[in-house]
Ligand binder design. Structure first.
Ligand SMILES: [Zn+2]
Length: 159
């Protein structure tokens, strides 16, 4: 039974991709296990996406023709782009296509962890981080994650 939930600001930051990796892992894992926060996060993610895609939507109803024309002009200029950026995208696509094909394992499937002869299924967010050996510290076992942050450590604990 989960009794502690992340504060709403943390969910909002996570939805906007603003959290350091260590916190993002923790929030993702929590939301995997907690339906309440998962639903909230889905809502915040949708809001963040809407805001990113339509930054003007909050006052769209007040648009005058002049403003609309101005915006179209800006968009045309923008999409006109230059040769260089088109080439960059081609190069990037070629690089992506050269990667080995993805396996069929769904990325969001829970993963299995074995510790002290016990078997656990843990949230898929840990998939890329279960790389180090367990450190057995008495009743507590710890697997450190490489999060590359100077002031933060992230670990999976078995207690
Ligand atoms: Zn929760």
């Amino acid at each position: 039974m989960i009794k502690h939930h992340p504060q709403q600001e943390l969910l909002v930051s996570h939805a906007n991709g603003n959290l350091p990796l260590s916190m993002a892992i923790a929030i993702s894992a929590h939301c995997d296990l907690c339906e309440t926060c998962r639903e909230q996060l889905a809502l915040f993610t949708e809001q963040a996406a809407n805001l990113a895609l339509n930054p003007d939507s909050s006052h769209a109803a007040n648009d005058t023709g002049e403003e609309l024309m101005h915006r179209e002009y800006v968009e045309v200029q923008h999409s006109g782009g230059n040769q260089e950026s088109a080439l960059d995208i081609d190069a990037m696509m070629a690089q992506i296509m050269a990667q080995p094909a993805a396996t069929n394992v769904p990325n969001n499937a829970p993963i299995d962890v074995d510790i002290k002869q016990q078997h656990y299924t843990v949230p898929s967010v840990f998939r890329q981080h279960l790389a180090r050996p367990w450190q057995i510290l008495g009743k507590v076992s710890r697997m450190r994650f490489d999060v590359d942050e100077t002031n933060t450590r992230a670990s999976l604990l078995h207690i």
